[in-house]
Ligand binder design. Structure first.
Ligand code: FES
Length: 218
């Protein structure tokens, strides 16, 4: 990751959001992945230099959080949730089918390095389990065959729409959004449906509300 004037300006913009510059570390790591599809040792050194941290401090964060990769992800990150509810509804079968299609296991890429496969934890999307993510966009209610079909369509370069988000771009584009969240795409992909709102609907119908937070206004 070469520290060009343009990159320095982007980093300065991100750092300016926070009262302490070191708070910008995580979005800067996402910015690095938007450039290289991984966090390289060079990127860690660059970020450390700009933030006034040691490379070890940057590496400690980059190696702790699983969204930061230290090998090239490729064009698309594929996550399959196999946490409790997704597993009960077939998440492991979805994972197995995708793994067989890609010839890859957990945190591995397919043979040509296009798709990265990862067994992921709960995405708080359990209402539409089993859930797969493509570049962190949701693909709800998957089956083994529907998940493989999505991989096939992406491999052919077809347009693939998230079931509750925008058209799939690629991993690096998503990483850029994680560094610069205002991308104009927040309104795409529809709104919360009745299943997602079932708890809230029930609460309203029965006059239920959450207790006030200690010391809070509501
Ligand atoms: S268990 Fe898979 S999204 Fe919650």
């Amino acid at each position: 990751m070469e520290l060009t004037p343009e990159l320095r300006a982007q980093m300065t913009e991100i750092i300016g959001r926070y009262p302490n510059s070191r708070s910008a570390l995580m979005p800067l790591l996402h910015l690095a992945q938007s450039i290289d599809d991984e966090v390289t040792p060079e990127a860690m050194e660059t970020i450390a230099g700009v933030l006034g941290l040691t490379t070890a401090e940057v590496a400690a964060v980059a190696t702790f959080y699983t969204m930061y990769k230290r090998k090239p992800v490729g064009k698309h990150h594929i996550g399959v949730c196999t946490n409790s509810l997704c597993a009960l509804l077939g998440g492991d079968a979805v994972y197995d089918a995708v793994a067989e299609r890609l010839g890859a296991g957990h945190n591995e890429t397919d043979v040509d390095g296009t798709f990265w496969l990862e067994r992921i934890e709960c995405q708080a999307a359990c209402t539409h389990a089993p859930v797969m993510t493509v570049d962190w966009e949701f693909m709800d209610n998957q089956t083994p065959s529907s998940a493989v079909d999505i991989i096939d369509r992406l491999a052919r370069g077809e347009v693939v729409q998230s079931t509750r988000g925008p058209v799939i771009r690629d991993f690096q584009a998503t990483e850029h959004t994680l560094a610069f969240p205002v991308d104009g795409l927040a309104g795409e992909g529809g709104e919360a449906d009745a299943i997602m709102l079932a708890g809230l609907t029930y609460a309203r119908e029965h006059g239920m509300s959450a207790p006030a937070a200690p010391g809070g206004d509501a």
